[in-house]
Ligand binder design. Sequence first.
Ligand SMILES: Nc1ncnc2c1ncn2[C@@H]1O[C@H](COP(=O)(O)OP(=O)(O)O)[C@@H](O)[C@H]1O
Ligand SMILES: [Mg+2]
Length: 434
Amino acid sequence: MSNESPLIQSMRTAVAAAPADVPLRLHLAELLLGEGLGEAAVAEAAVALQHAPGDAGARALMMRAMGLPAPADGKAGTAEEPEQPAAHRPSTGFDWAAAEDEVAGAVPPRFVTPAPAPGPGATAPEVPLAADGSGDPGDATAWEVDTPGSVTLADVGGMQEIKDRLEAAFLAPMRNPELGRLYGKSLRGGLLMYGPPGCGKTFIARAVAGELGASFMSVSINDVLDMWMGNSERNMHEVFETARRQAPCVLFLDEVDALGAKRSRMQHGGMRNTVNQLLTELDGVGGANEGVFVLAATNVPWDVDIALRRPGRLDRTLLVLPPDAPAREAILRYHLRDRPIESVDLGKLVKVTEDLSGADLAHVCESASERALLDSTRTGVVRMINMKDLLGAAKEVRPSTDPWFASARNVAMFANEGGMYDELLAYLKKRRKL
Ligand SMILES: Nc1ncnc2c1ncn2[C@@H]1O[C@H](COP(=O)(O)OP(=O)(O)O)[C@@H](O)[C@H]1O
Ligand SMILES: [Mg+2]
């Protein structure tokens, strides 16, 4: 290959002369990877693995070349690594864009249907998967605030109904101060998002912050709670003070159910004080909360303290359901963006992944990569991730939302106080889950 450096060319000659020399071949693979020739590196790693299937260094290299995270068991990679010169260890994984340019015209397209022009919604931004509570419980005073980010509702795939409701109930009045004054008191308090885990509550809260050009502060109530008398209240106050200092700021309170007496780890008295502290903070005195927008979330709304749900507090609810078809497409596209795929029919994949959460979809992409990787390793012939891998992976994953719907169904049917779960009931009926 003409675009390979002289060093790589002589390494190739050496490897050809000693095809069974695994360390030598891995050295070549490292060099290739270091120069962004990921696909060629995968090929060499695959041959090395044929000669030495248990070789940890070869496995680790293969994973890196395929853009997968390094093996988690910690043992792999360390023993063999001194074989590879540190200077040639690449800092990045598989450079798919470069590889794609290189083999343009020679490989099948990534997607079988032409991708739409990449608008702002075409890719989802980097957010933690299945993010639940990111604060550090050991250091309750250092509440993290993200500066205004670039995630907006355009990055949230599908879910048009949610976007419309957010726009009408929250964003429009916030954007327009006149309208805000008109709404006055009714805009106090905040919005409570609820639904099964992994379906985008945190993601949506972040997008709302982006829409408002506000900073974003995500706090799990579990991290606020402290077993020592008075500490939870103080933590709660500090959280709000931090948000006020950063205004405009969206304060996202995750796992608010942790304050519910039913799930209490503490005595009732202690929890009551913490709930009262939150109510005080929500009410704010003398416009203290100017520019602080509270969004709360829970997977178990039926455990949320009723005092929090009174008018002017977390009285408005928003049901966040498993991603609809356009949302699934956006999520899948995002998770496949850096992986070596070929002829993927997204439309078909979207159809067979109904009921899967955002987190489940990420898992499907991950395990499809593993299938392709194992196959490449076994046969020594590198191949891309294809529809068979993805469909197989999708078939194996059970919707992680199933247990949630099982509980939610009972609550919606037998404890639908004040019609709070009407929206959920309608969905359950529509999906024949009732
Ligand atoms: N509509 C959507 N568009 C793009 N990505 C989404 C969407 N819904 C969920 N996700 C992704 O799914 C994952 C889980 O979402 P998350 O907000 O953490 O769920 P929750 O807070 O409800 O448990 C995140 O990686 C998020 O990026
Ligand atoms: Mg979350």
